[in-house]
Design a protein around this ligand. Structure first.
Ligand SMILES: Cc1cc2nc3c(=O)[nH]c(=O)nc-3n(C[C@H](O)[C@H](O)[C@H](O)COP(=O)(O)O)c2cc1C
Length: 364
């Protein structure tokens, strides 16, 4: 099967094309949002993936939108991530860090000084984030109205991507992925619906792409383009950004610019396919590929047969699996031998300890 042929990803040779999606699990050590032994064990269990993408990891305290997610900005986090990368490498795996800034998908209780979160605009998301409620209990709460970053502040946020990329290098990752999907800060800038800016960072497809591109360039300055990739969710209506009629031209412009920068890969996530509906149109994927010549990964409801057929038909080079990797630590072997998959328990997705995290069994 093509799914089990090696794939060259920059300097990395991936032994298969079954990749583990970034999965927020809200299990970093507290206080401090520090990765620890439990996280190392979880990732090591999944090291037969062609490549692991770490859970989304905030580049700075302001970039956090959910409780107990790990950070990539402090010395203790370097040591914590080192436990993870060492465990994955010792088990024969490879791991990229997903770098995250949530922008407006946050709440004052998570922000330094309890001030409002930042975004490209001052329009509140109608979605929820996972933070402390008015009684101080962990809960799904309405996101707070953000403050629009000034033009002068944006380069400071971009610099935080560079600094997180440096920390990821120090911590032993094999590369980094810029989280440009799912309605978080770079995706907020990409949105014609909420990016109402009239400065260099909004107003046209090129200007709306500038934040994501500058964040990506910041990572390239640390890692080189061959160890940097980007995740996008072009058709998603994440977090109250419904109605972006320009999604297609916007993301093809991003493809052009990422090709120009020579980034190693793009992962395109389809939320509708993850929800059991149809995924990207073939025509869009072919157009994207005709512009972007790096490795193309597809995410969202991928199955063994769909992945194999998409790779065979040239629609992608690798498939990214999310929920299946939560409950099947040995997913590549199971797909190869058609072993039935264990279903994931959504009630243990976010927060907690071993249960629903490191206690899913391998197939015998
Ligand atoms: C529990 C959970 C946590 C997730 N966390 C992240 C994340 O940190 N970063 C990200 O880009 N996507 C995240 N996603 C989306 C997944 O990476 C994946 O794209 C999605 O689950 C669809 O793929 P699937 O159908 O194979 O599960 C998350 C999804 C789930 C279910």
């Amino acid at each position: 099967m093509r799914l089990f042929e090696p794939l060259q990803l920059g300097p990395l040779t991936l032994p298969n094309r079954v990749l583990m999606a970034p999965l927020t699990r809200c299990r970093a050590k507290q206080p401090g949002n520090i990765p620890w032994e439990l996280n190392a064990q979880y990732y090591a269990q999944r090291s037969s993936a062609g490549l692991i993408f770490s859970e989304a990891t905030q580049i700075c305290p302001e970039g956090q939108g959910y409780l107990w997610t790990p950070g990539m900005y402090g010395a203790e986090q370097v040591d914590g991530w080192r436990l993870v990368t060492d465990a994955v490498h010792a088990a024969g795996g490879r791991i990229h860090a997903q770098l995250w800034h949530v922008g407006r998908i946050s709440h004052r209780s998570l922000q330094p000084g309890n001030i409002e979160p930042v975004s490209c605009c001052d329009i509140a998301s109608k979605s929820k984030c996972f933070a402390y409620d008015a009684h101080g209990n962990p809960n799904h709460v309405d996101c707070d109205t953000p403050r629009a970053l000034t033009s002068a502040e944006i380069p400071e946020v971009i610099a935080q991507y560079a600094s997180a990329a440096r920390i990821a290098k120090e911590a032993g990752f094999d590369g980094v992925q810029v989280h440009g999907a799912n309605g978080y800060l770079p995706d907020q800038f990409l949105s014609s619906v909420i990016n109402t800016r009239t400065d260099d960072w909004g107003g046209s497809v090129v200007k709306r792409a500038k934040f994501l591109l500058d964040a990506t360039r910041a990572c390239i300055s640390v890692w080189g383009a061959q160890r940097v990739g980007v995740r996008l969710s072009p058709t998603s209506d994440s977090s109250g950004m419904q109605g972006n009629t320009q999604w297609r031209e916007q993301h093809l412009e991003v493809a052009r610019q990422l090709q120009h920068e020579g980034v190693s890969y793009v992962d395109l996530l389809s939320h509708s396919q993850a929800a059991g509906k149809s995924g990207f149109e073939e025509e869009f994927l072919r157009e994207f590929r005709s512009i972007f010549h790096g490795v193309l990964m597809l995410s969202g409801g991928m199955t063994r047969d769909m992945s194999e057929s998409h790779i065979r038909n040239g629609l992608c080079d690798a498939a990214v699996f999310g929920r299946a990797f939560i409950s099947n630590p040995d997913l590549p072997m199971r797909l190869l031998h058609n072993v039935p998959l264990t279903d994931a328990d959504p009630t243990t997705f976010y927060g907690g300890f071993e249960r629903g995290y490191t206690d899913y069994a391998r197939a015998t």
